[in-house]
Design a binder for this molecule. Structure first.
Ligand SMILES: *[C@@H]1O[C@H](CO)[C@@H](O)[C@H](O)[C@H]1NC(C)=O
Ligand SMILES: *[C@@H]1O[C@H](CO)[C@@H](O)[C@H](O)[C@H]1NC(C)=O
Ligand SMILES: *[C@@H]1O[C@H](CO)[C@@H](O)[C@H](O)[C@H]1NC(C)=O
Ligand SMILES: *[C@@H]1O[C@H](CO)[C@@H](O)[C@H](O)[C@H]1NC(C)=O
Length: 294
């Protein structure tokens, strides 16, 4: 049996019993570790290891010290006559580090989203188990945090009404061939409210050097009637650092007045929960309008 030093785990071992095809294995190794791979029946003289088809060592044992990403690839061990004895696919990476978790609720009180990052990136295929449960009721069964969007490092917590003001514990567990790690992340839904930006911002020129600004609530906000939003309007001309903000507005429109003819103004809107829970949304994309001279 082959032995592997300093490798935490050997992946799938495939050997076909009914044909003479040589064994092929996947080997997962942490960057910086050393790896020693003996050829299957490699006591014979003259066997050699090849990396990407070029000869590496004329020895039955392949030894890589302080492995790095450039050692990744396919290693094959051959008889003196060139026949293939064994194939090893070497995959380098890192065991998962503890995830950094960030959660926010653009759809309060229906849904929150958590996303997380791992530093360094484990490089190897890594999968995530994400669950959540109430802090005050440790016996309650954990709920699955459902995959959200295209990313595999993002999930959605649904139907939060029942948890709104109590602490919820989120468990993000990352698993790959080199190990696993868990982050328990506490949140209180009321405190992580963050709407998406308002949409359909439009500006209309009005007589008297005024601009009428209108917008719509973020479509992800599930219930603008019972969970109202309030809005801030930001506008500038010239340098963006000179922007002024006005608000809050409870309605979906306002009028900018006291403007200067000939100037082009850039206008952005942000939304916040009207009870001041959580954070304001990001700003909407700027929309511009030029105040006419007449
Ligand atoms: C291993 O390799 C890295 C980069 O190739 C180098 O920075 C490090 O000093 C090496 N470590 C040892 C123990 O040789
Ligand atoms: C070996 O082959 C792999 C896969 O084709 C490739 O990614 C890698 O760059 C090659 N390495 C060298 C040193 O040729
Ligand atoms: C976190 O989730 C993992 C995977 O489901 C589980 O094994 C572990 O026990 C959980 N940890 C806690 C503290 O709930
Ligand atoms: C935004 O505009 C689109 C297209 O005109 C419309 O379908 C949608 O209902 C509007 N949304 C809001 C919140 O006003």
């Amino acid at each position: 049996t082959p032995t592997y030093t300093h490798t935490q785990r050997v992946g799938s071992v495939q050997a076909c019993l009914f044909s003479s095809s040589p064994p092929s294995i996947d080997l997962f190794v942490a960057v910086g570790s050393s790896v020693k791979i003996p050829c299957s029946d490699g006591e014979e003289k003259g066997v050699e290891w090849r990396f990407n088809s070029s000869v590496l060592v004329s020895s039955s044992v392949l030894f890589i010290q302080n492995s790095s990403l450039k050692d990744q690839g396919i290693y094959t061990c051959h008889q003196p006559n060139g026949d293939l004895i064994q194939t090893v696919s070497l995959h380098l990476g890192y065991p998962p580090s503890t995830p950094d978790v960030h959660c926010w609720s653009p759809s309060y009180p229906k849904r929150a989203i958590c996303s997380w990052t791992l530093t360094p990136d484990p490089i190897l295929p890594t999968h995530y188990i994400a669950t959540y449960r109430s802090f005050s009721d440790p016996l309650s069964s954990a709920r699955q945090c459902q995959k959200w969007g295209e990313q595999d490092r993002q999930c959605a917590l649904e139907q939060l009404e029942i948890f709104a003001s109590e602490m919820t514990l989120i468990n993000i567990t990352a698993v790959n061939a080199l190990g696993s790690t868990t982050r328990i992340w506490p949140i209180i839904f009321e405190q992580i409210v963050k709407p998406d930006p308002p949409v359909n911002v439009s500006v209309m020129v009005m007589p008297g050097r005024k601009l009428s600004v209108q917008w719509g609530p973020p479509p992800t906000w599930p219930d603008p009637v019972n969970f109202q939003l309030k809005y801030t309007v930001k506008f500038h001309w010239g340098k963006p650092e000179t922007a002024r903000t006005l608000g809050f507005y409870e309605s979906n429109k306002m009028v900018l007045s006291g403007l200067v003819a000939g100037r082009t103004y850039y206008i952005q809107i942000s939304a916040k929960d009207s009870l001041d829970d959580g954070q304001s949304s990001d700003w909407s994309e700027p929309i511009s309008a030029t105040v006419p001279f007449n």
